[in-house]
Write a protein that binds this ligand. Structure first.
Ligand code: R1P
Ligand code: URA
Length: 292
């Protein structure tokens, strides 16, 4: 018995495109680049030899085109794991649900997803300009807890060790952080030996959840000191960003391959930042396009 998805669960626009992204099934390539900033879509697409579609709705901008003979879709997600839930579910629906019959397709189609983002570095070996690929992500966002199978794909001993190390319980621990691996095959192919492999915290905010204190004091003033000192089986936490956990987690549950690579634009340890990164992130974009 095939799964059927009524219009309340999978909303399809009148033109046959999926609700938020406004992308039609035939426009989706197998190789997908995700970026947070809608402005970064044009940067990625500027390297395409041709464009077959270009569509924009809210923070979701999508272009499909060809780069050195490879068909690639680039999509902006905006900020946060809540948006990754929308983008991943809609991309997976475009690939694996028949929009005419509203049934799951007989053959699974696997997508390869690489997020190119910016992040804050947390270690001496992650100065501004470093490319960090998230081998593991720690999700402070709680998104994966709403899907069955979460425990089967997460690194539960790592989670327990991290929570004990932080000494967190109660409100600061709700939702409980989850720990999830990126696709090892994608990391080997795309990070190679010239990107730092690390553990990324995907935070549920840019300020308090990343230990930035402006006018309101933090619940745990020692949060970042503890995060920087944490070590488990040789893994140290390298950076903060805001999407990699949900991307890795949903991809694992759906059967897709995914990884995140970010350029460090602020080093929290030595308190420096680079606001001119838009000129240099193109090197990372070109590297990913060549290796995807
Ligand atoms: C915060 O400034 C945003 O930058 C990072 C964070 O994950 C968050 O989305 O990534 P992007 O540069 O891809 O948006
Ligand atoms: N993006 C983040 O989420 N944090 C930073 O510090 C920089 C970029």
């Amino acid at each position: 018995m095939k799964k059927y998805f009524p219009s309340s669960e999978l909303i399809i626009n009148e033109d046959g495109s999926v609700f938020h992204l406004h992308v039609k099934p035939e426009w989706l390539a197998d190789k997908v680049i995700l970026v947070g900033d809608p402005g970064r879509v044009a940067l990625v697409a500027s390297h395409f030899e041709n464009k077959e579609c270009e569509v924009e709705s809210r923070e979701f901008k999508t272009v499909t085109g060809t780069y050195k003979g490879k068909r690639i879709t680039v999509v902006s997600t905006g900020i946060g794991c809540d948006n990754i839930d929308i983008v991943m579910n809609e991309l997976d629906a475009l690939a694996n649900i028949n929009f005419e019959t509203r049934e799951e397709k007989d053959e699974f189609r696997q997508l390869e997803l690489v997020r190119i983002g910016t992040c804050g570095g947390l270690q001496p070996n992650t100065p501004v300009g470093t490319f960090i690929c998230s081998q593991k992500s720690i999700g402070f966002d709680g998104l994966l807890n709403f899907y069955a199978g979460r425990n089967a794909v997460c690194d539960l001993p790592f989670e327990r060790t991290f929570i004990n190390h932080m000494g967190w319980s109660g409100n600061i621990c709700a939702p409980a952080p989850y720990v999830i691996d990126a696709s090892e095959e994608l990391i080997e192919r795309i990070a190679k030996d010239d990107m730092v492999r690390g553990v990324t915290i995907a935070a549920g905010g840019f300020f308090g959840p990343q230990g930035r204190e402006l006018r309101i004091p933090l619940a745990d003033p020692k949060q970042n000191d503890k995060i920087e000192a944490f070590e488990y089986k040789g893994f140290k936490i390298t950076n903060f960003e805001m999407e990699s956990s949900a991307l890795a987690g949903l991809s694992r549950l759906m059967g897709h391959k995914a990884m995140t690579v970010c350029m460090v634009i602020a080093n929290r340890l030595i308190k420096e930042a680079n606001t001119g990164y838009k000129n240099t992130i193109d090197i990372l974009v070109k590297t990913v396009l060549d290796r995807i």
